[in-house]
Design a protein around this ligand. Structure first.
Ligand code: SAH
Length: 218
């Protein structure tokens, strides 16, 4: 063994291996994650750690999620190519970029204008033309584009926000972390059927809280 830095190909293999070993096995999800470079979504001090399976700090005191959690949430969402997807919590834009490879259109909302602006620049550079970005309080959803086939929330609420459940199509799936912030939260998957809502609990996670209103800009 030596400590020579990994080549790009080795780093990519290690990244995909970490995803698989944590349960991300869906071929479409893996290939979407292989095709979106996480590097551009992380700037500054932590840029060198972009290919490690860990959450990292981004601007506005927020966090880019751990790649394996992004993979598991994306997999649980069962996105198909005709789907219209809503994401609450753009953050770095990484999750939205992956969804854009799997869905027809992605609407992504963050309460921090700066994050939305910076993510938009990366989407444009990557040629991801099917993503619509918005700066707003996403807990109200996006009524003018509802209903959605899939909804993903990447910030934790105590309960699934009512407006988001209302904006989910029948047959639709929503994946989100629920629980009190700073304690244990769980990822849950909600399916909307003709008979009502079905809930599945997935693994324990830790996300930043879903907050009200627009963020105060520095
Ligand atoms: N999906 C992101 C990680 C998101 S971190 C990624 O791939 O990088 C959670 C994000 O949720 C933060 O950017 C935070 O600003 C945002 N957020 C919290 N409450 C919100 C709300 N009510 N509406 C919209 N965004 C919100």
């Amino acid at each position: 063994m030596n400590d020579a830095p990994l080549s790009d190909a080795e780093r990519k293999m290690q990244f995909l291996y970490a995803l698989r070993s944590k349960g991300v096995t869906d071929a479409r999800v893996l290939s979407a994650m292989e095709s979106v470079d996480r590097g551009p979504f992380i700037t500054g001090l932590f840029a060198a750690r972009a290919y490690e399976d860990m959450p990292l700090p981004i601007a506005c005191g927020q966090t880019i999620s751990q790649p394996s959690v992004v993979g598991l949430m994306t997999q649980a969402l069962e996105v198909s190519p005709r789907d219209k997807v809503l994401e609450i919590g753009t953050g770095s834009g990484y999750q939205a970029a992956i969804l854009s490879k799997l869905a027809r259109r992605v609407y992504t909302i963050d309460r921090h204008r700066r994050l939305v602006r910076e993510a938009r620049v990366i989407f444009d550079e990557m040629g991801l033309t099917n993503i619509t970005t918005l700066a707003a309080d996403g807990s109200h959803g996006l009524p003018q584009q509802a209903p959605f086939d899939r909804i993903i929330v990447t910030a934790a609420a105590e309960d699934p926000p009512g407006p988001l459940l209302a904006q989910l199509k029948e047959g639709g799936i929503m994946v989100l972390p629920v629980g009190q912030s700073d304690t244990v939260q769980h990822l849950i998957r909600v399916r909307k059927t003709a008979d009502g809502l079905e809930y599945d609990e997935m693994r324990a996670v830790r996300f930043v809280p879903l907050l009200e209103g627009l963020g105060k800009e520095a």
